[in-house]
Design a protein around this ligand. Sequence first.
Ligand code: URA
Length: 238
Amino acid sequence: MRLDKLVSNAGYGSRKDVKTMLKKKRITVNNKIIRDGSFQVDPAADVVKLDEKIIHYEKYIYLMLHKPPGVVSATADAKDETVIDLLDTAEKHFDPFCVGRLDKDTEGLLLLTNDGELAHELTSPKKEIEKTYFAKINGTVTETDIDCFKKGVVLDDGYQTKPAGLRILKSGEDSEVEITITEGKFHQIKRMFQAVGKKVVYLKRLSMGGITLDERLPIGTYRRLTEEEQSSLETLKK
Ligand code: URA
């Protein structure tokens, strides 16, 4: 791979920053000063140093984003701001993408990675990965709704959903609930409540595949997954 990409992906700045470092003869490959960003390096075999400090190559990036409403879960959009626009260049260089989608108005946990295999495991319908949401509902959610969701409800297109867990946190005309689903049909939760005559007015994802949204993460910000979180996801690959 290109030397400038490796240095940039390791978190040492943008490609432009790396160009300056190269010009200033700060970067060596196998103890030889290299000034050309397109110089090809083998991350597994070559020793790359910046100011005598070894740069460890990272291939994959795993991020947890506290998605705000109003941005779309896509890498590019002609009209709207995307979740990728919320990242710094240090992360953008990895070309991360969203693991599944949240609606534009949905908030909460969104995982971003450039690890295609992991993204596939987390979104494959066969894997039935659990996703838990907090929702505010216009209408009174009842024990009958809990039973209906447990059996699966029929959506507007005739699709019968898989069993979903529903917990009433606050009952009454404006109910609050926690719902866990194992699939990801388009607008699934909104359509499930529509099927029982109610309307979702607020939706926030709390967890996915065992990763819980870090509530210390202010809305609109992100952090890298911890080693522990990453290894818990790795087990899904097996
Ligand atoms: N279900 C929805 O209706 N919307 C989301 O964003 C996620 C799940």
